[in-house]
Design a protein around this ligand. Structure first.
Ligand SMILES: [Zn+2]
Length: 170
């Protein structure tokens, strides 16, 4: 169970709406599974080169290379590394834990795509060296624009398992 203040859920949804049709992304922190802070992070995928895109799975890669940078950002995301480092410094200075990452799906359901799982597993491959706790992965879906859906997942061994979200206070 993940506890998130309703205000932070509302802000993640607002962030998703502001960037739509592009995907938004960000970081959640707090203590154990009680979120208390969130950080909006820039989606830099729009600026990536073809070489950077080689991490994406085969079928999707050729599609991505054919798209304009702006179109790419509509279907995937990559967090700005400098902003991520700043957020992590802030988390450490407040003696909080990194709880998870969030991003939006503008036109698809709130469950991890194959690319999301690939990126999560890539992060897993070096996470322990960085001495970071296992993050949860949250997705805000605007598939039905009038009723956004937010879900959280653990991603281990290329499998996503849902973790329920409990809105907690303001
Ligand atoms: Zn995704």
């Amino acid at each position: 169970m993940l506890h998130i203040p309703s205000g932070i859920i509302q802000d993640m949804i607002a962030h998703a709406r502001e960037l739509a049709p592009h995907e938004c992304c960000g970081i959640l922190s707090g203590k154990k599974r009680n979120v208390s802070e969130h950080y909006r992070i820039t989606n830099i995928l729009a600026k990536m080169t073809d070489g950077d895109l080689s991490r994406f799975e085969g079928a999707k890669l050729s599609d991505l290379q054919r798209l304009s940078p702006e179109e790419r950002a509509d279907i995937a995301f990559q967090m700005d590394a400098r902003e991520m480092a700043m957020a992590q410094r802030d988390i450490r200075s407040k003696e909080l834990d990194l709880i998870g990452f969030y991003h939006s799906h503008t036109f698809s359901p709130a469950r991890p795509s194959q690319t999301d799982i690939t990126i999560a597993m890539e992060f897993e491959s070096y996470r322990q060296k960085l001495n970071l706790p296992e993050p949860l992965h949250l997705i805000i879906s605007l598939e039905n624009p009038k009723s956004p859906v937010t879900r959280a997942y653990r991603i281990q061994n290329s499998q996503a398992t849902e973790v329920s979200i409990q809105p907690a206070g303001p």
